[in-house]
Design a protein around this ligand. Structure first.
Ligand SMILES: NC(=O)C1=CN([C@@H]2O[C@H](COP(=O)(O)OP(=O)(O)OC[C@H]3O[C@@H](n4cnc5c(N)ncnc54)[C@H](OP(=O)(O)O)[C@@H]3O)[C@@H](O)[C@H]2O)C=CC1
Ligand SMILES: O=C(O)C1=N[C@H](C(=O)O)C[C@H](O)C1
Length: 249
C-alpha cells in the first residue's frame, strides 16, 4: 500500500517505521515546513493518508484529502466538535475516513470493558466515578481524546452523571487544584508529566473501598500499529467510520 503521512512528529515517525516493516511504501511526508506539497496532484500517488498533526491543522488536511478523494485515517485529537460536519462532508462526497481518539488495540479493549463496567456500576451509585489521564508536557489538548471517549462510555451507561468536567491538575505542591464540578458532572483529571506516552484510569470510589481500572501505554508503538492496521482496513472502503468498526467486540 502507498501511504502518505500528514504530520511527521512523534507519531508520524513511528508510523513510518511500522508501515515499512509491514511492507508498505511511504510516498509523501507532509509536515509544517512543506505544507505546499499537500496537493491533489501529489496525493494521487497515495492509496491512503495517515493524519497525526495538530488540532488546528487537522480539518484543513482532512478537506484536502476529500478534495483529492484519497482515504484518510485521522489519529489527531482535539477537533471532535467538528465531527458531525466532517461526517456529512465525507458521506456527501462518497469519501473514506476512519477516526479514533486512540488506535491501540489495548485501549480499544479498555474502551469496551469500560462500558461494561459502567453498566455494572450503575447499580451501585454510591461509588463516585472519575477519569484520570496522564500525558507528556508537549500535549496540546486537554483532556486527552481517549479520556473523552472513556467519559462518554461511562455517561452512556450510568444514570447519575450528566456531562463531564475537566481539570488540568498542576502537580506543584502550592497549586490550587480545586474544581467546581457539580455532583452530576463526571470529573476528568488531566496531569502533564515529562515523556509519559499515555496513562488512563477509571476510578470508582466509595467510603469503604475503591475500584481502579487502568491502561498504561509503555510507548507509542501500539497507537502507531493501530493506525497502520486502520489504513489497511480502510483502503478499499467508502464512508466515515469510527475506529471501533475495525474490532469485533
Ligand atoms: N489516535 C491515536 O491513537 C493517537 C493520537 N495522537 C494524537 O496525534 C496528534 C499528533 O501527536 P504527536 O505525533 O505526538 O504530535 P507531534 O507534535 O509530535 O507531531 C505533530 C506534527 O505535525 C506537524 N504539523 C504542524 N502543522 C501541520 C500541518 N498543517 N500539516 C501537517 N503537519 C503539521 C508538527 O510540526 P511542528 O512541530 O513544526 O508544529 C509536528 O511535526 C495529537 O493530536 C495527538 O493527540 C497521538 C497518539 C495516539
Ligand atoms: O497526544 C498524545 O500523546 C496522545 N493522544 C491521544 C489522546 O489524546 O487520547 C492518544 C494517546 O493517549 C496519546
Amino acid at each position: 500500500m502507498k501511504i502518505a503521512l500528514s504530520g511527521y512528529g512523534k507519531m508520524g515517525k513511528i508510523i513510518e517505521q511500522i508501515a515499512l516493516s509491514r511492507k508498505h511504501e511511504i510516498v509523501l511526508i507532509i509536515d509544517k515546513d512543506n505544507l505546499h506539497e499537500f496537493t491533489a496532484e501529489n496525493l494521487k500517488n497515495a492509496d491512503v493518508v495517515i493524519e497525526f498533526s495538530t488540532p488546528t491543522s487537522v480539518l484543513t488536511n482532512i478537506r484536502s484529502c476529500f478534495a483529492a478523494d484519497v482515504p484518510i485515517v485521522v489519529g489527531t485529537t482535539g477537533w471532535y466538535d467538528e465531527l458531525s460536519n466532517i461526517k456529512a462532508e465525507c458521506e456527501a462526497g462518497n469519501h473514506a475516513l476512519m477516526y479514533g481518539t486512540n488506535f491501540s488495540v489495548g485501549v480499544n479493549i479498555f474502551f469496551h470493558i469500560n462500558r461494561l463496567l459502567a453498566k455494572v456500576m450503575n447499580n451501585y451509585p454510591y461509588y463516585e466515578a472519575q477519569v484520570e489521564e496522564i500525558h507528556h508536557t508537549k500535549k496540546l489538548d486537554s483532556p486527552s481524546g481517549t479520556a473523552i471517549t472513556i467519559a462518554e462510555g461511562i455517561l452512556e451507561n450510568v444514570d447519575n452523571k450528566r456531562g463531564w468536567k475537566n481539570v488540568l491538575v498542576s502537580d506543584s505542591p502550592n497549586a490550587d487544584n480545586e474544581t467546581d464540578a457539580q455532583a452530576e458532572e463526571l470529573l476528568i483529571e488531566s496531569h502533564r508529566i515529562d515523556s509519559v506516552p499515555g496513562t488512563h484510569t477509571v476510578l470508582y470510589d466509595s467510603d469503604v473501598d475503591s475500584i481502579e481500572f487502568k491502561h498504561t501505554a509503555h510507548n507509542r508503538n501500539g497507537f502507531a500499529l493501530g493506525a497502520v492496521l486502520a489504513a489497511e482496513w480502510l483502503q478499499h472502503r467508502k464512508g466515515c467510520f469510527p475506529v471501533t468498526d475495525m474490532f469485533n467486540f
